[in-house]
Design a protein around this ligand. Sequence first.
Ligand SMILES: [Zn+2]
Length: 517
Amino acid sequence: MRTFAVTLLIVSLPNTTQAQKPTAPAPAQVVQAVRDYRMDNEDRIIRELSEFLSIPNIASDTPNIQKNAARLVEMLEARGIETHLLPITGRGPVVFGKLITPEAKRTVIFYAHYDGQPVDPAAWTGGKPFEPVLRDAAVEAGGKRIPFPESNAKHRSMYDDNWRLYARSSSDDKSPIVALLAAIDALRAKKIPLGVNLKVIFEGEEEAGSPNLQRTLELHKNLLGADLLITADGPVHQSGRPLVFFGNRGDIGIDITVYGPVRALHSGHYGNWAPNPAMELSRLLASMKDADGRVLIDGYYEDVAPLGDVEKKALAEMPENDADLERELGIAKPEGSGRKLVELIMQPSLNIRGLRSAYVGEQAQNIVPDRAEASLDARLVKGEDPQKKFEQIAAFINKRGYYVIDREPTMEERRTHALIAKVIDQGGYRASRTPMDLAVSKKVVEIVERAAGPPVKMPTLGGTAPMFIFEELGLPAIGVPIVNADNHQHSSDENLRLGHFWRGMEIYGAILADLNW
Ligand SMILES: [Zn+2]
């Protein structure tokens, strides 16, 4: 589809005379101008992205995360964007930028994050997370590693749409930043004025739960005057269609440790007698949900804010692709009693994100372990309070007969209580949702549609982002993600499909040039 569209454009180019008028051209013209610019500058754009991806970006890696911020300052200042670092002690600062457009009546804040999830380099296929690799297709589709094309002024459009760039944060969430900046370059090169004032907020600890974002922004409220927040975080719809979303789930993290004897014991000499914490923890976790995935914890669904008619309609209109996903992911029977994925995303979740007790495989030892640990995450929807959710889960554990504490048990406690659970609140934050029938909501959908075809409209994305902070500032927050859905976000082999990246540039170009409501 896209290859075809590009071919047609090559035939009809160049036709930028209209785009050079200083009035706002239609999104389709902007798209054409951005594409034309991109085809002449792919090498430069990919180089800027690759260099950015080569700087390791785990939020807790202070020297490197600050290098990322310094690089962002260079990238923004190179475009004449007024830049401020909003410092966070020992972490990556919030990078703030401002680009004023004379005559513009609206101000849009564009949010993205420059940190990434932790990496396990051994799990990456034929490469390392911070050494970007180009492949001619996805790894799962047999994609082969290929060299970056030699820069050659004679050749436009050197990169195939289906090629993929592999690196941590290639999709989540550095590429939208580069796409936005490249879109600004394109508009300038084609003499298309921006239609809005632009502010950017690039966060350096989103994947670590944004523990300092709200406080940091509150200290700099004077910078944040705006009419809209656009977040770039997240993938487009699995169908490949563009996506506009109007909310994010919140989430909380919980770590549970269940205790056995003070030290691991020989399973022959002590099995059948020493209580096994892995067995107890399994029983506890299994009792939290029924076989259809419904959470059995008291009050778990009671605060869910109901969807309005517009949201229900949008859900009904979403593409039916559950069967495709089941096939792709090797799933025989999903949870949810037959309800669709998109409906289930509108509910709070409870997930075991990791389990650990003693050893498995070649390291397996015949022991009764001394402890078993689980890490859970719960995604929250509009209406739910993170603290209350934690308390519901802790109360459930208590109701199952556990003595619940938030530290290691003493010997006295071990001798007194048969079941002890250390339950640690890892914190989190609430969900957000912008009404889909606001004038600005409709306008964003219209621009994306004219730029890239009808988007899938989603009341809430399944993923979490700290958009509630902007909601509290009174800003509508709308998500316009650009990256492919099969990007391996958060795991090994994270990748960006270049066709999506190029289309993202075009969408952001159209928004910058045409957004007005
Ligand atoms: Zn992200």
